[in-house]
Design a protein around this ligand. Structure first.
Ligand code: BEZ
Length: 200
């Protein structure tokens, strides 16, 4: 399998962690790409018209995206029901948490693009504030729920969202008002899949 990837992408990290957890990492060859929000990568667009990563090319040549679809595909390839609970409340909790965490990451990446890529004269501070409101509200919601339990796709997605905020927005100091979430993430720091994929 081939994975279009970049080193800092939090969504690629979801796939990397999932592959390591499932024992599939060695079957994936990463193709490093550098993406810009205004100039999508032509090679990626050949497989994913949205021009977004991660995009996985399976061994039969099929293109899969986005991270949620790729991670569920890898889970099925490894026998199923390891990162994606099969049914019942555990499944809906994992999927809902994935949606919440991916929403945090989406909003944080948009802020990052706004600050790092958009010309200063075109920036819109209220829009950035709106993205931060989403991020902070979602972090508060996660602080209010217990993340203990299996390291499923919900937990993986939360770890990647928090890791991205630490990477790009250290000044946010999200831990100060969210001690339970901070302790949960600290407890994961020695987990091999998490440690091996930590962005630098
Ligand atoms: C980043 O460098 O912040 C970044 C890279 C790829 C995807 C999203 C964000």
């Amino acid at each position: 399998m081939k994975l279009y990837a970049s080193s800092a992408s939090p969504f690629v990290r979801k796939v990397r962690i999932s592959a390591l957890e499932l024992g599939l990492a060695e079957r994936i060859e990463e193709l490093a790409v550098s993406l810009s929000p205004v100039n999508p990568h032509a090679g990626v667009r050949e497989h994913n018209p949205l021009g977004k990563i991660p995009a996985l090319i399976t061994d039969t040549g099929e293109a899969l995206y986005d991270s949620a679809v790729i991670c569920e595909y890898l889970d099925a390839l490894a026998g199923g029901e390891r990162l994606y609970p099969a049914k019942g409340p555990a499944r809906w909790r994992a999927l809902r948490r994935q949606a919440l965490a991916d929403g945090i990451t989406d909003a944080a990446v948009l802020v990052r693009y706004e600050q790092a890529a958009r010309p200063a004269a075109l920036r819109w501070p209220e829009w950035i504030d709106g993205q931060w409101l989403k991020v902070r509200s979602a972090l508060d919601a996660l602080e209010g729920e217990s993340l203990e339990g299996p390291f499923d796709i919900g937990a993986i997605s939360v770890a990647c969202a928090l890791g991205y905020i630490d990477l790009r927005f250290g000044e946010e100091r999200w831990r100060e008002r969210r001690p339970r979430l901070a302790a949960w993430l600290a407890g994961l720091s020695d987990r091999p899949s998490v440690a091996a994929t930590r962005p630098s």
